[in-house]
Write a protein that binds this ligand. Structure first.
Ligand code: GUN
Ligand code: FE
Length: 478
């Protein structure tokens, strides 16, 4: 049958649409229609549109036959929002989400992270972990993820297969780590050559399952400077120059890590300079964390056009520090959001957006009273921009996803906020009632801006009713 997400049907979405117009502003379209063709591309957006008008005026123009069009209409309290973009998540660490104790980065890696990642060379275990991770992130509205897998090529390939099968847009990073002194003997590449050969093998696999990288793309993934030799860093830069594939790594997350980088790379003037000196600071580079970058480093990152993945939940959990998004923006660096599971405890980008808001307030509280203190705070609009359009720019996808425009792909979520009826019963429109997160608009007096703020601060996956990637329904909540 032709379901609301089948690939071979044209689709019409009717109702409320909310997306970022600019960094500062959300755009609200009400009673609108968005027309998505069989390839998942938005081909028309009509304001003041209902089914009758669509049938009479728009379908003929598009050459669509009414009886074959799938229609999804918002119920009261529902709206369409662009799918979330997670610019930094370790699929391989998903079982550890929430486990970090009082550790900080370097002991956290050795205590919790490397043993778990190493164990995923068991492909049965990898399949269960990766399937759970992709299903769960889809259920939270994540339509694109930039994943770190592990050093194991077969398991990394499995993650690519699972993303393709479940329909999530994904960047798949086979983790490179070959520094004998800094990586555990049970979990490292044997040599720079072996590390590069493994990276190439993982790229070759993705080429066989998605030749144009239209949904799944490889991403070159030197774990971070301390776990890599100069030779492997240079080799990955050469591979980037050859393929133009994106690059992801970590930078300047905590202070002992920065000291370690200084001692390992005495010839480079800063952490950012280490990557630059090895040819890895490019417009396609995604740098996670960037908590402690100096102004000079931020300027270097901006000059090279490299991007930052802000991981607020992780930076708080591992007590890494408070990253200053406003300062990065002011210096011309593009920023997106990362859950950084499992440094971050939650697979939800909505949670990351909420944490970005709170962390920006901690940044503000650390500043003297005055203009900077006010401007450090990120608004609801700004953190939702980070979660969608900002992430699209960070991953080089801004022509394809991140907002609702003709020519972009339909990567979207249907969000439902509960409303309460006259008897005080929560009505959730899905026949169950009562289980939505606290988004009750009892008297219908809230503005849409207030509803969005309540979703941001109180919402969760219960509010994520349906999720589409490239026009395909990839999650729905019964
Ligand atoms: N730095 C190097 N590896 C990691 C990792 O797995 N998570 C985080 N948060 N930082 C890292
Ligand atoms: Fe990370």
């Amino acid at each position: 049958g032709v379901g609301p997400g089948s690939l071979n049907a044209n689709k019409l979405f009717l109702g409320n649409f909310v997306h970022s117009k600019t960094r500062e502003e959300l755009e609200y379209l009400h009673s609108a229609g968005v027309f998505v063709d069989t390839t998942g591309v938005i081909v028309a957006i009509e304001p003041e549109c209902d089914l009758a008008k669509a049938r009479e005026h728009v379908f003929p123009r598009l050459g669509w036959e009414s009886e074959h069009v799938q229609v999804v209409a918002c119920k009261p309290g529902q709206f369409f929002f662009p799918g979330f973009i997670d610019t930094h998540i370790h699929a391989s660490q998903y079982p550890n989400a929430g486990i970090f104790g009082k550790s900080t980065l370097l002991d956290w890696l050795n205590t919790y992270t490397f043993p778990l990642e190493a164990s995923l060379s068991d492909l049965n275990k990898a399949r269960r972990v990766y399937t759970a991770c992709v299903r769960r992130t889809l259920s939270h509205g994540t339509t694109t993820s930039a994943y770190y897998a592990t050093i194991d090529v077969a398991a990394t390939n499995l993650l690519a297969d699972i993303c393709l099968a479940l329909g999530q847009r994904a960047f798949i990073g086979r983790v490179c780590m070959d520094h004998a002194d800094l990586c555990p003997s049970y979990y490292r590449d044997e040599s720079p050559a072996a590390s590069l050969a493994a990276a190439r093998a993982s790229i070759a696999h993705i080429r066989t399952i998605d030749p144009d990288f239209s949904l799944i793309s490889p991403i070159l993934t030197p774990r971070f400077a301390p776990s890599c030799t100069s030779d492997s860093l240079r080799g990955l830069a050469a591979l980037h120059a050859e393929t133009d594939l994106p690059i992801q790594t970590h930078i300047s997350e905590n202070l002992p890590e920065i000291d370690l980088v200084r001692s390992l790379f005495p010839g480079s003037s800063s952490y950012a300079a280490v990557y630059d000196d090895h040819g890895l600071l490019t417009p396609r580079t995604v740098l996670a964390h960037a908590v402690h970058l100096s102004d000079e480093e931020a300027d270097l990152v901006a000059r090279r056009g490299a991007k930052v993945s802000h991981c607020p939940a992780s930076n708080s959990a591992l007590t890494s520090g408070t990253a200053r998004v406003r300062r990065l923006w002011e210096r011309g660096v593009e920023v997106g959001l990362g859950t950084d599971v499992s440094g971050g405890y939650s697979p939800s980008v909505l949670e990351a957006a909420r944490q970005a808001s709170l962390v920006s307030r901690h940044v503000a509280m650390g500043l003297a009273e005055g203009k900077n203190r006010e401007t450090a705070k990120l608004t609801a609009e700004e953190v939702l921009f980070l979660a969608t359009r900002g992430g699209a720019r960070v991953l080089g996808l801004d022509d394809a996803v991140g907002g609702f425009e003709v020519g972009k792909q339909w990567d979207a979520q249907l969000v439902g906020l509960a409303v309460v009826d006259d008897m005080g019963e929560t009505e959730t429109h899905d026949g169950k009632g009562g289980d939505d997160a606290g988004n009750v608009d009892i008297f219908g007096w809230e503005t849409w801006e207030e509803r969005i703020a309540k979703w941001l601060f109180n919402g969760d996956d219960r509010n994520t009713k349906m999720v589409w990637v490239r026009g395909r329904l990839v999650h729905s909540r019964q």
